[in-house]
Design a protein around this ligand. Sequence first.
Ligand SMILES: Cc1cc2nc3c(=O)[nH]c(=O)nc-3n(C[C@H](O)[C@H](O)[C@H](O)COP(=O)(O)OP(=O)(O)OC[C@H]3O[C@@H](n4cnc5c(N)ncnc54)[C@H](O)[C@@H]3O)c2cc1C
Length: 325
Amino acid sequence: MIFLIAEHKDNKLKPITSELLVFAQRVSRDFSQPITAIVLGSGATAIVEELKSKKVDRILTADHEQLAEYNPDTYVAVLQAIINQEKPFLVVIGHTTQGMDFAPRLAARLRKPLIAGCVEYEKLGDHLVLTRQIFNAKMNMKTGLRGAPPYLATASPGAFPADEVEAGSNAEVVQFPVELTDATRRKVVGRVEVPKGKADLSSAPIIVSGGRGLKEKDNFSLIFELADAIGGSVGASRPVVDAEWLPREYQVGSSGQTVSPKLYFAIGISGAIQHLVGMQTSRCIVAINKDAEAPIFKVAHYGITDDLFKVVPALTKIFKDLRQV
Ligand SMILES: Cc1cc2nc3c(=O)[nH]c(=O)nc-3n(C[C@H](O)[C@H](O)[C@H](O)COP(=O)(O)OP(=O)(O)OC[C@H]3O[C@@H](n4cnc5c(N)ncnc54)[C@H](O)[C@@H]3O)c2cc1C
């Protein structure tokens, strides 16, 4: 059995859950293992309904008022009980802030290894081999799993394409009897949303990012205009943020946001490794740079080697004209 831990917020599945579904559905096919989606929450019926439309064999819900808000103590306690009872083959979790918080604790509690940040897997004979990126995504490491299951793995956002989720309708819904004491070490006292302004990059399907090649803050209006014409969100490289042309939440890269849109424009961005690790899983990358040797062209699907001050206004005009047609 393959477990996937559904990540959700405000009664909606988070995008990473679709990616986990793709991961689980592929492993399920290769290893002939059924899928159980695990939903921890309180009154999460909308989540269960959303999952019912996906190809999973079973939805196991753990419903308790103490699970209304994410808390690593309660998550680990409940998941440990479920895993000990059900003995799955593989447990897949998002490599997200939440997943990275509870997955290592859960692995330690179960005394099982955790393969973190997986981007791919393969089947070697009867064995599962998981691939994860190391050294700032400069190298891939394949990890064979030894010992008895369950195996725990977190999947990097963007590694498994969310739009390839298979639909279904026959999932059985089962309730797991939750037993929790009040003795949690942490209590959520409130949630403060990060002010995101125009830079809601985590789920943006199109991102138009600008870099130091824009030369000065005022020129960034070119990026906003192109983003507006194409219906995308604006992103930036770190020097743009360090120079205070834009606030920190716009930054893409190892010390900023990791994004995986369908379309990513890198404009006046050289393609330093710290930027690439934040965007290289984008489905289609378009680079505009006057330097034909810029490393960004190594990951770009389409490249324009020219002066951005010529190319960007021309592109904006084309997209605006297309909108009017
Ligand atoms: C610990 C650490 C963490 C970091 N984290 C991040 C991070 O999260 N995100 C990030 O982005 N960086 C990060 N960096 C910085 C990173 O190493 C690079 O310095 C940075 O990505 C470079 O930004 P850039 O491409 O905008 O600028 P540059 O490297 O200066 O590149 C500018 C590009 O613009 C092109 N250009 C110039 N003029 C034009 C023109 N008229 N038309 C077309 N092209 C033009 C140039 O050819 C050049 O390729 C980090 C660095 C460290 C050490």
